[in-house]
Design a protein around this ligand. Structure first.
Ligand SMILES: C[S@@+](CC[C@H](N)C(=O)[O-])C[C@H]1O[C@@H](n2cnc3c(N)ncnc32)[C@H](O)[C@@H]1O
Length: 238
């Protein structure tokens, strides 16, 4: 997979071997190439309301009972933004004009650009309920036919920035009530998973919820979290 994805970069530079491409990356003469390689190598599949049980839990068990003054949620591998906007729609429904925000981050700069635009193909709607489409999405006309844009009232509450989960997190990140870290741990070995989970869980408020994908597990990972149900965890309240 790595070889086939990078083959077009070898072609681009007219290189014969992956070793030559590695040297080019390290030469410091093509500053943007490293990020381009990261963008090519990451797998970014995502869609609206993926794994619907998580959204039901968020709506019924978290948002409905929320009593704080600024609800903060981090989508820590946001890809092109569908996860963040799905959450944003639930928050708009449940918390309305109260203070809430979603922070989406990813290592891939290209998907972040797509996420910031909030424009998607109509046929990518998958699990989205019609009422959310009617209320929070603007259907494109003329040259934008076949696309929709997430409404400004949702987009204004959601910010996207680049964060590499393998590095120390920025201090400015702050603490979150809920963190989604879905469909990304599968790409790491156990040691790296442990480091990432430690780092991310440190940004979770006491009593906060932590979501991974149903196809992932924290079995070999040591954490202070307790399982609420399969793939949903909670940090102990102090
Ligand atoms: C399969 S997508 C998951 C998107 C979304 N969370 C979902 O479940 O639908 C995985 C995302 O993780 C991102 N990713 C991979 N390695 C990363 C890292 N070290 N730091 C931050 N994001 C990373 C990829 O760029 C990709 O967009």
């Amino acid at each position: 997979m790595v070889a086939s994805r990078l083959a077009k970069r070898l072609l681009h530079y007219d290189l014969q071997t992956y070793g030559q491409y590695y040297q080019l990356l390290n030469s410091g003469q093509h500053a943007h190439e490293f990020q381009l390689m990261v963008n090519i190598l990451t797998t970014n599949e995502t869609y609206f309301f993926r794994e619907p049980k998580h959204f039901s839990f968020l709506q019924d068990r978290v948002i409905k009972t929320w009593r704080g003054d600024n609800f903060r949620l981090w989508s820590a591998a946001s890809s092109t933004g569908e996860e963040s906007y799905s959450i944003g729609m639930l928050l708009a429904e449940g918390l309305g004009l109260r203070k809430w925000e979603v922070f989406g981050s990813d290592v891939n700069t290209e998907v972040l650009e797509t996420a910031r635009k909030g424009v998607y193909l109509m046929d990518r709607l998958d699990n989205m309920e019609q009422r959310y489409l009617d209320k929070y999405c603007l259907k494109g006309v003329r040259s934008q036919e076949g696309y929709f844009r997430v409404d400004e009232k949702i987009r204004s509450r959601i910010n996207f920035e680049q964060i590499n989960l393998k590095m120390t997190l920025p201090r400015s990140l702050g603490q979150f009530d809920v963190i989604f870290l879905r469909n990304v741990l599968i790409y790491f070995d156990t040691e790296t998973k442990q480091e990432i989970v430690n780092r991310v869980v440190a940004a979770l408020k006491p009593g906060g919820y932590f979501f991974i994908s149903h196809s992932e597990t924290l079995h070999s990972i040591k954490t202070e979290l307790s399982m609420v149900m399969s793939s949903i965890y909670q940090k102990p309240c102090k």
